[in-house]
Design a binder for this molecule. Structure first.
Ligand code: BES
Ligand code: MN
Ligand code: ZN
Length: 518
């Protein structure tokens, strides 16, 4: 064997080995370089709608002797936002991905969508180096591009066996070329990489089947994710601790499962000390079979994502603590598995919650609001927060109302609601405000207990919100987000959310904290 053939073989062996032993989440290296000419390989450029597609586009077009413009013209591609054109063999380029960005001004959200489109392409490509060219002069453009790329290239490969012998997909380098050069990389690492990692943390938990992540396992993965992050305290209530506090709400949901419930609190102190935290309270049903009010089989597998609220709340604190934000926040996750069995709670049972208030169970499938009673009570009593925001895959009714465009927002506080809506618009996780009509109280009257948990037709999402709101103290700013339609995207992904778990809420809460509290 010649020396170079030996080297080539050794290199191949290393690459193959790397493809097998790398952890499931390992992807392309993100690199940051100055904007400049790129003569070949795989590149991505934005295309503005209208007469001037942009300097990066022009540069690649000139280098390809006008082939890019001809290809774009032949395909009638106009550069509308949300469109893209994937072109093989343009001039000396192996592949040019043209991403439409519309005719609006560059915004963080637009840059993240552009990065996301490139990230999704990169995740499925074997090219060793992919370069995204952006000539705009916004100082943190490179950071937003990278953030979008990292979100867009998310994959969950834990349960796939390695394809031995095949070229590794989604490895190599993804180069962000902007005028900010390597400086963009510093901004990205400090400000956005922790948020992207937190979104991936939430997506992983949501994607994992109910058989793999149960309440204690959720806690274990949370401890792992927070290891080494400063100013964080994790507290976990087990069944005995919850019994001492009289938490019948969460205990009655968990009692049918062989895997006991947990209440998890993750407190991050980044403020000056003595600041009241914002409390994010998440519904964490690791699997929702409906319990004795069993769901029908059709699509029941989806209920593995019924802990998306808990993943988002915990993930948001991971993002905020990870970037060392100067604020105080706490996540409270109400973790339980809703199963039918001889020990399960029944329809008709009356449950006493930690607050002392009781409710009558009309349906064991309305379990989200049941676990949240004790979780919001605990958040208020334990942490004296300045606001409580709960997040839950609570009702099918919100999916009927808002589809997968908006999460439902219910709030007793117009300022908090407006801040959340603004944060959602900026982060690309949008909220539509829904009413909390006083008449919902009548729908929740029980003949034998303080309240009942369902069993009425009508404004399902609003009635659920009202039920949770009944456990909020007077004067406490509170918002409830029903994310049943947003936690999972079936097939059509978004640039920064490939199909599957979205991690909805992490970016929203991170943005809320940045804009309203830092
Ligand atoms: N987890 C479901 C809600 C859900 C539905 C989430 C679809 C995601 C997609 C929740 O626990 C539930 O079963 N809600 C019932 C409430 C009813 C029994 C009052 C519903 O929406 O039908
Ligand atoms: Mn349910
Ligand atoms: Zn549920």
């Amino acid at each position: 064997m010649t020396r170079s053939a030996f080297h080539a073989r050794a290199l191949l062996a290393v690459l193959l080995l790397a493809a097998v032993v790398l952890p499931a989440w390992a992807g392309r290296n993100l690199a940051f370089e100055p904007y400049g000419a790129v003569a070949g390989g795989t590149v991505a450029v934005a295309m503005r709608e209208g007469d001037a597609p942009g300097a990066a586009f022009d540069q690649v077009d000139a280098a390809s002797g006008g082939a890019l413009r001809r290809a774009v013209g032949a395909m009638d591609f106009e550069g509308k936002a949300g469109t893209q054109l994937d072109l093989p063999g343009i001039g000396a380029y192996d592949r040019v991905l043209v991403v439409g960005i519309g005719d609006g001004a560059a915004s963080p959200r637009m840059l993240e969508d552009l990065g996301g489109a490139v990230g999704q392409m990169a995740a499925g490509s074997t090219a060793p180096r992919i370069e995204l060219l952006w000539d705009g002069d916004q100082s943190d453009a490179g950071a937003h591009l990278a953030f979008g790329a990292e979100l867009g290239r998310y994959r969950f490969d834990r349960y796939r066996s390695a394809d031995a012998g095949k070229a590794p997909v989604g490895r190599g380098e993804l180069v962000i070329r902007t005028p900010a050069g390597a400086r963009a990389g510093e901004v990205y690492a400090a400000q956005w990489a922790p948020v992207a990692a937190a979104v991936a943390f939430a997506r992983d938990l949501v994607t994992e089947p109910g058989g793999a992540v149960w309440p204690e396992e959720f806690v274990a993965r949370t401890r792992e994710a927070f290891a080494g992050i400063a100013n964080v305290e994790i507290a976990v209530l087990d069944v005995a601790a919850m019994e001492r506090l009289g938490m019948g709400g969460i205990l009655s949901v968990g009692q049918g499962s062989a895997r006991p419930p947990r209440l998890l609190a993750v407190r991050y102190r980044g403020g000056r000390g003595g600041d009241a935290p914002i409390a994010f309270v998440g519904k964490g049903i690791t699997f929702d079979s409906g319990g004795i009010s069993l769901k029908d089989g059709d699509g029941m597998w989806r209920m593995k994502y019924d802990m998306s609220g808990a993943a988002a709340a915990t993930g948001a604190v991971l993002a905020i603590a990870g970037r060392r934000a100067p604020v105080d926040v706490v996540a409270v996750a109400a973790l339980a598995e809703n199963m039918p069995s001889g020990t399960a709670g029944r329809p008709g049972d009356v449950v006493r919650t930690a607050s002392g208030r009781t409710f009558e169970v009309m349906s064991t499938d309305a379990e989200g609001r049941m676990v949240l009673t004790d979780a919001v009570w605990y958040a208020q009593r334990e942490f004296s927060p300045r606001a409580v925001i709960d997040i839950a895959t609570l009702t099918g009714s919100i999916v009927t109302a808002l589809g997968d465009e908006y999460a439902g927002l219910f709030s007793n506080d117009d300022t908090l609601a407006a801040q959340l809506q603004a944060a959602g618009a900026a982060a690309g996780e949008e909220l539509w405000r829904m009413p909390l009509h006083p008449s919902y109280a009548e729908d929740l009257e029980s003949p034998i207990a303080d309240l009942r948990n369902g069993g009425v037709r009508g404004a399902g999402a609003g009635i659920g919100a009202h039920f949770i709101g009944s456990w909020i103290e007077d004067g406490m700013p509170w918002a409830h987000l029903d994310i049943a339609g947003m936690a999972w995207r079936e097939s059509e992904g978004l640039p920064t959310s490939p199909a599957g778990a979205t991690g909805f809420g992490v970016r929203l809460f991170d943005r809320l904290v940045r804009d309203a509290h830092e």
